[in-house]
Design a protein around this ligand. Structure first.
Ligand SMILES: *Cc1c(COP(=O)(O)O)cnc(C)c1O
Length: 369
């Protein structure tokens, strides 16, 4: 048997979560955000699963879009970071990609481009994130300039929330106010809601929602929200116990001996480490599920192994371990590693076996690869 470290992706859960996003703003459209290899879930299998029902997809850059086109995905794909040089414009125009435009250099490049089909532009307004986009003062002129170009087929007014994951933040309302002011001056379809906006800020719903993390069944909120219950976790990271040792008080476990047993302790070693994408920052006490029972990791995470506390747990060599998934939410593990579920998901490495459930196959059967 092969090393048991496995990531299992439930594509049916992702389809369910996309439908949830759609149901929250039923009159509107939703881009399925599949950037960064679908947040580590596999951009091609995820896009294939959603292709029949997603209104469009979104990725960060042209390389990610090309991967989907090569795989036969035909729905429009938005480039969230736009293009980086003018030589991308032909591919964008010919492959039905939509592109964000966030600076004057990009407008100049479009102005002097000779392309076969005019472009669908998502012109970015900076409403307070201060990362990409034109300020409210600059925006109307940029919009007018693009509007007048034969190279431009349509403009969507796009902005991004900085703090929608905090339901109490006053920033969200201020960003919406800025968006609506510009929207009155520049009549275009509008898009601002990420997952957090889609899930709880109905005032942010516009023509296009942009759900990302929620598609993968993970809540964007630090404080849980009632709606979180309707999300289905899509990724399960699992492995098995490969060794068991009974240690005595005073025995130290793992690199630098950071964990010292204060009593007789049964320690299990599992085939999972930071080279698989499990964060080395995980502290002693980070939860883990062994054989369906909740326990904790102890000592430092190594490159290929982690030690877990089996004291009082019914488990032995070969028994299953879930690092995160349906029994243990990534959102519970993430704070123990000073991070968020997004980095846990995107950090999974190629050494981990990838399994898919809920794929569509020609015979209509479930397949695993
Ligand atoms: C990644 C991204 C999203 C999706 O954000 P989530 O918090 O994962 O829902 C939406 N819009 C833009 C511009 C993004 O970069």
């Amino acid at each position: 048997m092969a090393r048991p470290a496995t990531v299992t992706i439930d594509l049916e859960a992702i389809a369910h979560n996309y439908r949830l996003a759609k149901s929250l703003a039923p009159e509107q459209q939703a881009l399925a955000v599949v950037k960064a290899n679908a947040y580590g879930h596999g951009a091609v299998p995820v896009a294939r699963k959603l292709e029949s029902e997603a209104d469009a997809f979104a990725v960060a850059c042209i390389e990610e879009a090309a991967e989907l086109r090569v795989a036969g995905i035909r729905k429009p794909i938005l480039l969230l970071e736009g293009f980086f040089s003018a030589d991308e414009l032909n591919y964008i125009s010919e492959h039905n990609l939509w592109t964000a435009v966030h600076n004057q250099q990009q407008i100049d490049a479009i102005t002097s481009a000779s392309i076969k089909k005019p472009l669908h532009i998502w012109l970015k307004l900076d409403t307070g994130m201060h990362r990409l986009g034109f300020s409210a003062a600059e925006y109307p002129a940029a919009w007018q300039q693009l509007k007048a170009l034969p190279q431009v087929a349509s403009i969507t007014l796009m902005s991004h929330f900085s703090s929608a994951d905090d339901p109490h933040s006053p920033v969200t309302a201020a960003q919406l106010q800025c968006l609506d002011d510009i929207s009155r001056q520049c009549p275009s379809p509008v898009s601002i809601a990420n997952s957090a906006g889609t899930l709880i800020h109905s005032s942010a719903h516009r023509q296009w929602q942009r759900p990302g993390i929620m598609l993968y069944g993970s809540s964007p909120f630090a404080e849980g929200q009632a709606i979180d219950q309707q999300l289905r976790p899509a990724m399960t990271l699992s492995t098995e116990i490969i060794a068991v040792h009974d240690l005595q008080p005073g025995d130290a476990v793992g690199y630098s001996g950071t964990f010292v047993c204060d009593k007789a302790t049964r320690v299990g070693t599992i085939a999972m480490g930071y080279a698989d994408g499990y964060p080395r920052q995980a502290k002693t006490g980070t939860p883990v599920i062994v054989n369906g029972q909740r326990t904790r990791i102890i000592g430092r995470v190594s490159m290929d192994m982690i030690t877990v506390d089996l004291t009082g747990i019914n488990a032995g060599i070969g028994d299953p371990v879930e690092l995160w998934g349906k029994q243990l939410l990534a959102n519970e593990v993430a704070p123990c590693c000073d991070t968020i579920s997004y980095t846990l998901f995107t950090g999974i490495t190629r050494r981990v076996h990838h399994r898919y459930t809920g794929q569509r196959s020609s015979g209509g059967l479930l397949t695993a690869v």
